[in-house]
Design a protein around this ligand. Structure first.
Ligand code: GSH
Length: 211
């Protein structure tokens, strides 16, 4: 398997965690977002959205192809490599975990994506201070409900004693929050989950500093 990857892409970071949790060996192909490689013809030929990550599969059993969208990739991995499971056993529990993951991946992440920030500072001419205010605003809008929802339990991870899809989405988002120096004091439950995940080798090896 080849992962078209970028060190600080939080969507790619999700997939790196999932691959590590599953123990899948893969080759990382770096696609620099800073150099605009994701928008070039050769990457767009693989993934017309021009977004990272993509996973290229060439396997006798699973077939051959390219998948985009981190959550589709992670669910594909969960189906092909069922252990350890990234989703719980019952439909209701699975829906709850998917809802938490989608809160991060669909409601939070796109608003602070690189192309949005570039449009704000470029075409719309906002200042760096305004960009940071925008970034913090949408982080807080997303993290507050997660803190509230996850405080209903005190398991080490988002939804139980083992990490799953919700943790895989949350931890890269918390990395972004640290990188943009958001005050994490209002989110003690999220900070505790972050610590629990980052004690695990699968999360440590996926961390941007380790790429
Ligand atoms: N929904 C997509 C989002 C992919 C995405 O937005 N990736 C970002 C990096 S985290 C990207 O490629 N951004 C390039 C840009 O904004 O120009 C997924 O989950 O894979």
């Amino acid at each position: 398997m080849k992962l078209y990857d970028y060190v600080r892409s939080s969507a790619a970071y999700r997939v790196r965690i999932a691959l590590n949790l599953k123990g899948v060996v893969y080759e990382a192909i770096p696609i620099s977002l800073l150099d605009g490689i994701h928008q070039g013809d050769s990457y767009r030929a693989l993934n017309p959205t021009g977004l990272v990550p993509s996973l290229a599969i060439d396997d006798q059993g699973s077939g051959k192809g390219i998948i985009g969208q981190s959550l589709a990739i992670i669910e594909y991995l969960d189906e092909c490599y069922p252990e350890p499971a990234l989703l719980p056993a019952t439909p209701l529990e699975r829906a709850r975990v998917r809802a938490l993951a989608l809160q991060v991946a669909c409601d939070m992440h796109p608003l602070n994506n690189l192309r949005v920030l570039k449009y704000l500072t470029g075409e719309l001419g906002i200042s760096e201070a305004q960009k940071t205010a925008w970034y913090h605003h949408w982080l807080k809008q997303g993290l507050a409900p997660l803190e509230q929802q996850l405080s209903a339990s005190d398991t080490p991870f988002c939804c139980g004693d083992t990490p799953g899809l919700a943790d895989i989405c949350l931890i890269p988002q918390l990395y972004n929050a640290h990188r943009f120096k958001l005050d994490m004091n209002p989110y003690p439950r999220l900070v505790a989950i972050d610590r629990a995940c980052n004690r695990l080798e699968a999360f440590q090896r996926a961390h941007p500093d380790q790429q």
